[in-house]
Design a protein around this ligand. Structure first.
Ligand code: ZN
Ligand code: ZN
Length: 376
């Protein structure tokens, strides 16, 4: 697992940086102080989560500032081998989306664990040191290529692809390869994944399991969980750097069809012409989440085309709520209720009190707009 090259792009362009590192953090208070001081001095906005088992960061700012941040982080031994995913992009044009994605303030929090894999706090999260083997984008691609070209019937059912993301992400993009079944758990949130794995273990047993997610972090814990099931669950592989790195390596999409859902103002990344999903209401080809339409019952993102959005008074009922018979009863949630994305790539985690880690002071949040700051 080598540290990846960081593209150097100067100028005033905006950028988004995403990275995580699983490693014991020896001094939580000093790391909090570092992020507070470094991110503020560079005018970076976004989310930093620091846990005893590692760090997870998604920040935005000007490209030169993000490069300076990477250089400062790289100088710490704790971050040896970290994959820094830096992408230049346009400045956020929609303040509402930037706010929803947490890109209008700087939030640094100390959390109990980097990703909340188990909703039940009494159950231990799997140990990341037992995670599946990392495959680079090129290795992942060649495994899928070989599976598609292997005519031996014995080899044909050897591999399965497992999407570790949520339904609204998989809707607009997923891996598809000949001779390899893509397992889509259709979950609302990451903490639903362990139950899905338990209930569908026969689909995974004895297979070579190729896992993927947006940036890689969700596969670390989920692959360790599958491997913890013992005999028949040893061969778990995870796409290193996630779909994000794969699409950098294969800009035409390779075996990834559609677009990569991202948790920042870019909304999705990938070939604009590759649309694999459709409008919830009329079924026309559609995959634009910029309107942020949500299910009236569970608040999960849904896809509603522009024509259907224009029709007033229609209820949106997501696939999962439809399956549970919702849609004919009164709505339970307020229209304007804010829903936080429950994905680990959006850095959701359990916040803990400072009392658990004496001496750790979580900095106060700054509330500034990302767009204005980047023009300073
Ligand atoms: Zn429609
Ligand atoms: Zn729903």
């Amino acid at each position: 697992m080598a540290a990846s090259e960081t593209p150097t792009e100067g100028g005033d362009r905006a950028g988004v940086l995403l990275y995580y590192k699983y490693a014991p953090v020896p001094d939580l208070p000093s790391l909090v102080r570092f992020y507070d001081s470094n991110c503020r001095s560079l005018a970076l906005l976004g989310r930093v989560r620091i846990a005893p088992d590692g760090v997870n960061v998604t920040v935005g700012g000007r490209m030169p500032s993000l490069e300076k941040h990477i250089a400062a982080v790289k100088s710490m031994i704790l971050f040896e081998g970290t994959d820094f995913k830096l992408a230049s992009c346009d400045h956020p044009s929609d303040d509402r989306i930037a706010r929803e994605c947490g890109f209008t303030s700087l939030s640094i929090r100390v959390v109990k664990e980097l990703v909340t894999f188990r909703s039940d706090p009494l159950l231990d999260s799997p140990k990341v040191c037992n995670a599946g083997r990392h495959l680079s984008a090129v290795e992942f691609h060649s495994v899928l290529h070989d599976a598609g070209n292997n005519l031996e019937s014995q080899a044909q059912n050897q591999f399965v692809l497992l999407d570790a993301r949520n339904l609204y992400e998989t809707r607009i993009g997923k891996f598809q390869a000949t001779n390899v079944e893509t397992l889509d758990p259709k979950i609302r949130q990451y903490s639903d994944l362990p139950s899905w794995i338990d209930e569908h273990s026969e689909k995974l047993h004895g297979k070579h399991i190729l896992m993927y997610c947006t940036g890689g972090i969700r596969c670390e814990t989920a692959s360790a969980y599958i491997r913890s099931k013992g005999a028949g669950f040893e061969n778990v592989f995870q796409l290193f750097g996630g779909i994000q790195r794969y699409l950098e390596q294969f800009p035409d999409g390779g075996y990834f069809k559609g677009k990569n859902f991202v948790f920042d103002h870019r909304i999705s990344v990938g070939n604009q012409d590759d649309v694999i999903s459709s409008c919830l209401l009329c079924g026309s080809s559609f995959d634009d989440y910029s309107s942020r339409c949500r299910c009236n019952y569970c608040r999960m993102l849904v896809l509603v085309c522009y024509d259907c959005q224009a029709i007033a008074g229609r209820k949106y009922v997501c696939e999962l709520c439809q399956r549970n018979g919702k849609g004919s009863e009164p709505m339970m949630l307020q229209e304007n209720e804010l829903h936080e994305e429950l994905s680990s790539d959006s850095l959701e985690a359990t916040e803990i009190t400072n009392a658990t880690f004496p001496g750790v002071t979580t900095p106060t949040q700054t509330h500034k707009t990302y767009g204005k700051l980047t023009t300073i």
